[in-house]
Design a protein around this ligand. Structure first.
Ligand code: C5P
Length: 227
């Protein structure tokens, strides 16, 4: 069976990573969560006084980029790869609302994007990969054989993210989560470098009213056809 590249882009909290993981598992492909990489750099900036409430030292972040080690390590028990920052497992720490509140500003920086896009292209060079993000079908793998663009209403997405954060015992309000989802979408889709947009050849899927199973079945059937 030939191996292909599957790109899944879309707005925040559209359930991209859930379906991407399922799809990779069913096809025996590697799953790469590109958002985790932007989140890890954001966490680094927060931990190193580059970002705080009232300042963002972009110059320092750019200077530090070369010394940062962003890597994935497969966890056999969980069945997916976890994010490591300079050798430390940060899978849990990168998913807080605080990181979400800064990550889109970090992802606007061209130097950050250049470094991560290159790493993503290396990870996917053998094909047999499902990668989710915002610019996978447009910039990282414009030649991907199969591209999806996921959408859902802002309210549906905020409810999903809110539930996820509560399950992690984070004390957040629904209004703050909704505001974050909306502001990330705005920054992500209006930034100059690699804005979030649907690739011309991407298949758009609005999953506001789709169950996880129905969504997976739809993507899996299309993947089997393409392989
Ligand atoms: O996918 P996730 O919501 O974890 O991504 C976090 C943020 O990282 C996005 O809101 C976006 O700003 C940035 N991102 C990006 N390009 C990608 C993946 C994520 O700019 N390919």
């Amino acid at each position: 069976m030939k191996k292909i590249t599957i790109a899944i882009d879309g707005f925040s909290s559209t359930g991209k990573s859930t379906v991407a993981k399922q799809l990779a598992k069913a096809l025996g492909y590697v799953y790469v969560d590109s958002g985790a990489m932007y989140r890890a750099i954001t966490l680094y900036a927060m931990q190193n006084d580059i970002i705080s409430k009232d300042h963002f030292d972009i110059e320092k972040l750019i200077n530090d980029l070369d010394s940062l080690k962003i890597s994935f390590k497969y966890n056999d028990v969980l069945g997916f790869a976890e994010m490591y920052l300079n050798g430390v497992n940060v899978e849990h720490d990168i998913r807080t609302l605080e990181v979400s509140q800064w990550v889109s500003q970090v992802a606007e920086i061209s130097e950050v994007r250049r470094m991560l896009v290159l790493q993503q292209q290396i990870m996917g060079k053998e094909k047999g990969v499902v990668m989710d993000g915002r610019d996978i079908g447009t910039v990282v793998f414009p030649d991907a054989e199969l591209k999806f663009f996921m959408t859902a209403s802002a309210d549906t997405r905020a409810k999903r993210r809110y539930k996820e954060l509560l399950e992690r015992n984070e004390s957040v309000s629904y209004v703050d989560v909704l505001k974050n989802v909306e502001s990330r979408d705005l920054i992500d889709s209006t930034r100059e470098d690699s804005p979030l947009m649907k690739a011309e050849d991407a298949i758009e899927i609005d999953n506001s009213n789709l169950s996880l199973e129905a969504q997976f079945e739809q993507l899996y059937a299309l993947a089997r056809e393409a392989i």
